[in-house]
Design a protein around this ligand. Structure first.
Ligand SMILES: NC(=O)c1ccc[n+]([C@@H]2O[C@H](COP(=O)([O-])OP(=O)(O)OC[C@H]3O[C@@H](n4cnc5c(N)ncnc54)[C@H](O)[C@@H]3O)[C@@H](O)[C@H]2O)c1
Length: 279
């Protein structure tokens, strides 16, 4: 492994399942101390036990990334447990696919915004300063989605993509703001990944609790057949970390849709120029 990560400490949110669990295990197998953070206590405890059974240097912290105080407590816990923090993988997120936006319950808007956007805001407020304070090389990785660069024309992803566009924008802003610091920034934009992502098992009771709607079942089934494995994504992240990639993609399946979107933007800009010439 690249020596500067050995014995360093990573925080991974959404670590009880899918991409987070696979990446937390990979980082720990590479010799890092890893704090596993998730809102779901039982799967988190299971993941922790699996890591401990392997002899990995890990601990777990029950965390709600939509709550600023909880993220601060996670940062405190991590520093107290393992010392300086060098890597923050801000990965916890929830799906909101298959529902037209005008039919969405306001509680679902709140849920997807609170988890997918505010999680990164809270990590910027409470974890990023700890990555900066020791002055050594560190990495701040946000999980967006390929849905952070286009709105899938077939999957009704307007609300989900809105949150992931925000994650991409925050990541681009941070990359600019941290250029002259030892803190590198990346944004993970996975395509389909076979995980537990379709289920809404983490929806908190204050927002209606876990649900099992038909569109969630459909998404879960589609991802289980079409998606790459979380382990594949973890390997992809590890390779990208060595190369200091900013955009981390897992496949190029949506390339033509992204190109079409960019074409539309370029055409709109050209029309603006043409309009100015006429006036
Ligand atoms: N699976 C995909 O196809 C896919 C594609 C693109 C992007 N993503 C993104 O990847 C990330 C990980 O998703 P995954 O596929 O591993 O899904 P997953 O459902 O398997 O894992 C997500 C984890 O986040 C946790 N979580 C949810 N709300 C939380 C909260 N408030 N606080 C702390 N933890 C919370 C869940 O308990 C779960 O363990 C998400 O940000 C998701 O948007 C996934």
């Amino acid at each position: 492994m690249t020596t500067h990560w050995a014995k360093k400490t990573a925080i991974v949110t959404g670590a009880a399942s899918g991409i987070g669990a696979a990446t937390a295990k990979l980082l720990a197998r590479q010799g890092m101390n890893v704090v596993l953070a998730d809102i779901q206590a039982q799967p988190l405890a299971q993941c922790l036990q699996q890591c401990l059974d392997e002899g990995l240097s890990v601990d777990a912290c029950l965390t709600d990334v939509s709550d600023a105080d909880s993220v601060k407590a996670l940062a405190d816990f991590s520093e107290n447990r393992f010392g300086d923090i060098h890597l923050s993988f801000n990965n916890a997120g929830v799906a909101m696919h298959g529902v037209p936006m005008e039919k969405m319950d306001l509680k679902d808007w709140q849920w997807v915004i609170d988890v997918n956007i505010k999680s990164v805001v809270h990590a910027i407020a409470h974890i990023l300063p700890r990555l900066r304070q020791h002055g050594e090389v560190a990495h701040f990785i946000n999980t967006a989605s390929i849905g952070g660069l286009q709105v899938n024309p077939n999957w009704l992803t307007g609300a989900y993509s809105m949150t992931k566009y925000a994650v991409v924008a925050m990541s681009e802003g941070l990359r600019n703001e941290l250029t002259d610091t030892p803190v590198n920034v990346s944004v993970l934009c996975p395509g389909a990944v076979a995980s537990d992502f379709g289920s809404a098992s983490s929806r908190p009771s204050r927002l209606g609790g876990p649900t099992q709607r038909p569109e969630q079942v459909f998404l879960a089934q589609a991802l289980s057949t079409a998606g790459v494995t979380p382990d594949y994504v973890a390997q992809r992240i590890w390779a990208a970390l060595q190369n200091d990639e900013f955009f981390i993609f897992t496949d190029s399946a949506m390339q033509s849709v992204i190109e079409q979107r960019h074409q539309q933007i370029l055409q709109g800009l050209a029309r603006a120029d043409a309009f100015q010439v006429q006036t």
